[in-house]
Design a protein. Structure first.
Length: 201
């Protein structure tokens, strides 16, 4: 958004499947979104129930997630800033990886209130399963992402003026729709820490 002749905010964030701060040691438990300006065409957010994805996970994929840890890496989602001009991509990525190094979380997490399991994997941040060889990892991740992101389990929310949504990142993946060129979109996002662990073992 332009404000006083300057760009405010970051355009195009979240247009990939993820949960918020999935790459942090303490991910964000809940997210609240309150749009202030909606595009003239439409704005949508897409959601996937990761508890349902776990329940429906094929038997041949379960050994790759049960009792294993998934590698979360944020560097591939870094957005170039004006300060990055004249810098090599390799140097930018090295700096981001130093600031936010890859971490692991269980590939299956349990909700601290209900105890129900969810697959904690997203194509936005999950780059592999710990302990697998590179070629096997690539194949397994493709299969997991394809299964989890099956269009049949995607819920679409089309935003209307006045909508406020609160969701639990422990049990939902989400991604934002594109904003058409020339249209504006602005939202308030509040991260909610609820005093509970993100997951239990």
């Amino acid at each position: 958004m332009p404000e006083n002749g300057k760009k405010v905010g970051v355009a195009g964030t979240g247009r990939y499947w993820h949960t918020d701060y999935q790459f942090n040691p303490e991910p964000l438990p809940m997210t609240m979104l309150y749009p202030q300006i909606l595009p003239k065409s439409k704005r949508e957010t897409y959601y996937i129930d990761t508890q349902r994805a776990f329940e429906e996970l094929p038997a041949d994929l379960r050994p790759y997630v049960d009792g294993r840890r998934a590698i979360q890496d944020a560097k591939w989602r870094y957005k170039i800033t004006p300060e990055d001009i004249d810098r090599a991509i390799v140097d930018i990525l090295a700096e981001v990886e130093k600031l936010v190094p890859p971490i692991t979380h269980p590939a299956v997490i349990r909700h601290p209130v209900t105890g129900k399991p969810s697959v904690y994997i997203s194509s936005g941040f999950t780059v592999g399963i710990e302990g697998l060889a590179p070629d096997e990892n690539k194949q397994v991740m493709q299969r997991l992402h394809s299964f989890i992101e099956n269009p049949g389990r995607v819920h679409v929310h089309t935003w209307k003026e006045g909508d406020v949504l609160l969701w639990d990142n422990r049990t939902l993946l989400h991604k934002a729709s594109d904003t058409p060129p020339g249209e504006q979109s602005c939202s308030y996002r509040i991260g909610v820490y609820d005093g509970l662990p993100f997951y239990i073992s």
